[in-house]
Design a protein around this ligand. Sequence first.
Ligand code: FES
Length: 261
Amino acid sequence: MASSEESATKKLDLQKVMDRIAEASKQVVSGVEAGTVENWVTIYIMGRAYQVPADLTILTAMEYAGYKFVRGVGCRQGFCGACATLYRKEGEYKLQAGMACQTRVEDGMYLVQIPFTPAEKPSYDIAELDYDVNTLFEYYPELARCVSCNTCTKACPQDLEVMDYVQAGIKGDFGDLAEESFDCIQCGLCAIRCPSEIVQYNVAQLGRRLYGRYDSPEPEHLTNRLEEIDEGKFEQALDEITSLGREELEKMYAEREREQE
Ligand code: FES
């Protein structure tokens, strides 16, 4: 049976998770009083002009303008890749890409959200695949069409060297492919811009999975955590929370401990 100290730790962990959910769900633009805003900019959302406070991100500016996101938003912190945006600044020919939650609006900015990339994503059983470059080409033959134009790298809001990791994949260097693509948030912007129609982020995901299964050292912390799960370390905490009613959950949520900033 778990000690009361262990039980308190589990509750604290649970509250941290709930805290993060609350942060992500926060109404970012609620309470903005137009009279208190000193600087305004005009942006164009799908061609229509809106005046919005100058210091907002594209995401919050769109909400300010009245758009309600059902898709195309998630973490609001630049991690989930859901809020891909294409935009062009006034007077510039260049079409730029970024994450709406991480990019500030500018006067005269034209923008459109790309909440989904219709990219090819084959199914496979990683346990049945060969650890070989031919596996990448089997699932993504378009890799052979890479013209090394570097457009994917320029489109990446994470500043990843996308073309380099694609080239590493083509050479069968799974270690480099995994390393260089590790911070990919799968927003899809590289694939949207690629003239060879490569789905770079899905290629990288397959490469990382192969590398992780066949070549990377086993992480000790993961082994320990899997043992803890097998031993039932978290079952009591899960049972506790799933047995609570709505009122109790809301009370627990309201009384949760918050991380100090
Ligand atoms: S909402 Fe998750 S990256 Fe922008």
